[in-house]
Design a protein around this ligand. Structure first.
Ligand code: GDP
Ligand code: MG
Length: 163
């Protein structure tokens, strides 16, 4: 049995980087500039023996205008409809932003279980620096580095129950 994981979060937190690491092919565009990934990407992901379908919620990073929030919300809801579990990424280096709180609010209202992921946690990122993430109300943040691959074993453990 396979299951589906949606990667959710505001622009630039590293969703496409994680998608690429999980899928192992460079299917999703990654760029420093928000606005580069326009299409939603799906791929066959694996971490060790664990196989699943992964959705990179993209198309969220277009020009920042007053409809952005609505578009992000629709994209997120569409991905959640298909997902068995969502990974809500935030940028641990940037800390919690108002947009992160928006996403967390939407996710808390959905029925889909959420794993909160603190991305960009490579190197000496102290776990105490993750305390502000608890105010998102999504439980313990899982420290990860999508770019460097740190924390993939913990992500495996967190996803295993959904297999
Ligand atoms: P998205 O907009 O959420 O899809 O974010 P991207 O995957 O496009 O990444 C945005 C930026 O963050 C890029 O410059 C990535 O190289 C960078 N990034 C992604 N993951 C990590 C990470 O684990 N550590 C660091 N330091 N940078 C990362
Ligand atoms: Mg992206």
């Amino acid at each position: 049995m396979s299951f589906t994981v949606a990667i959710i979060g505001r622009p630039n937190v590293g969703k496409s980087t994680l998608f690429n690491r999980l899928v192992g092919k460079r299917l999703a565009l990654v760029d420093d500039t928000p606005g580069v990934t326009r299409d939603r990407r799906e791929g066959d992901a694996r971490i060790g023996s664990l196989k699943f379908k992964v959705i990179d919620t993209a198309g969220l990073e277009e020009a920042f205008d007053d409809s952005l929030e609505g578009r992000m919300r629709r994209q997120t809801e569409m991905a959640l409809e298909e997902a068995d579990v969502a990974l809500m990424l935030f940028d641990a280096r940037a800390g919690i932003t108002p947009l992160d709180s928006h996403f967390a609010n939407w996710l808390r209202k959905s029925d889909v279980p959420v794993i909160l992921v603190a991305n960009k946690c490579e190197g000496k990122q102290a776990e105490s620096e993750l305390f502000p993430a608890y105010k998102l109300g999504l439980g313990d943040p899982l420290p990860l580095s999508a770019e460097h691959g740190d924390g993939m074993g913990e992500l495996f453990d967190a996803l295993l129950p959904y297999e």
